[in-house]
Design a protein around this ligand. Structure first.
Ligand code: PLP
Length: 385
């Protein structure tokens, strides 16, 4: 049997996979098992920050792998500490909890918010407001937080304590905060899986104001928008807000499973020994990969991300069959006249990897994609459209 047949026989049928087996790559170019090359504008869904087999990242990860791959969190390890220090220095956050995925980073954010509230305001103030169309993960709690009914079917009962409101409707948020005993507002600044919806600036600023007035914690899910993706290290910098908690994952370790929950001043001491933990969280190899990624997301790279994002917006806005372009930096959504799923299929045939987000085409290329690869990819996309 070939890879596709073996996959279908032995792997749980949770993914509608595209008909391609990728075997290797370099930078923003992938190769399949027949040797065919593809320009990668998907970046493993915002994970491969520096593309495939990047030599600097590979060296950092390999050196750590050959030195110490795991000890457990019963002991101190250097890469974890180095990364936490860097994250705090660059964000102004105070402490970090490490995990292995975006969902886990959000689980930690939710637990920290509820414990802060119980510590400071007593029990029964644990409701968290989230947005419709949001995506926060696939664990039962993060799925309960996710404001998409279609993902909820079949899995009831969910852990209680989440209320969903419409994005960009400040009155709805205020009403939810009035009506429910809330401790936090959890949201993405750009809803990735929900269709590349960029939250309005005024809404975010007013929401932050409402939250501060009531000691409601601001939990920003930067699992997809974080780590340089939008042209800032974290997307909240575009809005000028200071979240109480930022959760991130995806691109942080450049292709290794890793999550981080950044804790601000109010919640820096909320989590205490035994209140949370993870066997693999902060794993030295993943942390070394993340250190290498973070060190390279400097001002120059962020400027390039912004410039390349602008270039995508400009080229695609003028392309045939395009209704609208949205997003920030190298997180772009393209509303097309043609069905997005058909565009993805045809792009693959033409040697281009793109993604969808609801009814849009979504582009999340490596942060350091070369101009040549970017232009070539956009040419293919234009020709398909
Ligand atoms: N939060 C956001 C905004 C995401 O985009 C995702 C994944 O797409 C998640 C959370 C869940 O991350 P993971 O799949 O690593 O658990």
């Amino acid at each position: 049997m070939n890879t596709k047949q073996l996959d279908q026989q032995y792997i749980a049928n949770t993914y509608a996979r595209n008909d391609v087996v990728f075997t290797h790559g370099s930078g923003a170019t992938l190769y399949d098992e027949t040797g065919k090359a593809y320009i990668d504008l998907g970046g493993g869904i915002a994970v491969n920050s520096f593309g495939i087999a990047d030599p600097v990242w590979t060296q950092a990860v390999t050196e750590q792998l050959q030195t110490l791959q795991h000890t457990s969190n019963l002991y101190y390890t250097q890469p974890q500490v180095r990364l936490a220090q860097m994250l705090c220095a660059r964000t102004g956050m105070k402490k970090v909890f490490f995990s292995n995925s975006g969902a886990e980073a959000n689980e930690c954010a939710i637990k920290a918010a509820r414990k802060y509230s119980s510590d400071c305001h007593g029990e029964n103030r644990g409701v968290i407001v989230t947005l419709r169309n949001s995506f926060h993960g696939r664990t039962l709690t993060t799925l309960a937080a996710t404001g998409q009914d279609s993902l909820h079917q079949h899995f009831f009962p969910f852990p209680p304590g989440f209320v969903h409101v419409e994005a960009n409707d400040i009155a709805a948020l205020e009403q939810a905060l009035e009506e429910h005993p809330c401790c936090a507002f959890l949201f993405e600044l750009i809803q990735g899986e929900g269709g590349l919806n960029v939250l309005e600036r005024d809404y975010v600023l007013q929401a932050a104001e409402l939250a501060t007035q009531r000691d409601i914690l601001l939990l920003v899910d930067e699992v997809q928008t974080g780590n340089g993706r939008t042209g800032k290290l974290y997307c909240c910098e575009h809005y000028g807000i200071r979240p109480d908690i930022v959760s991130t994952a995806k691109g942080l370790a450049g292709g290794l499973p890793f999550g981080a929950t950044l804790l601000g001043e109010k919640v820096q001491d909320t989590l205490t020994p035994g209140s949370h933990g993870s066997t693999f969280g902060g794993n030295p190899v993943c942390a070394a990969g993340a250190c290498s990624v973070l060190e390279r997301i400097d001002g120059e790279l962020l400027r390039e991300v912004a410039e390349k994002g602008e270039r995508i917006a400009q080229v695609m806005a003028e392309a045939p069959g395009v209704k609208a372009v949205c997003g920030l930096g190298l997180m772009r959504g393209i509303q097309t006249e043609r069905l997005a799923a058909d565009v993805v299929k045809q792009c693959l045939q033409q040697g281009l990897v793109v993604l969808t987000a609801k009814d849009k085409i979504r582009l999340l290329p490596p942060l350091n994609i070369s101009w040549a690869e970017l232009e070539q990819g956009l040419e293919i996309l234009k020709s398909v459209l």
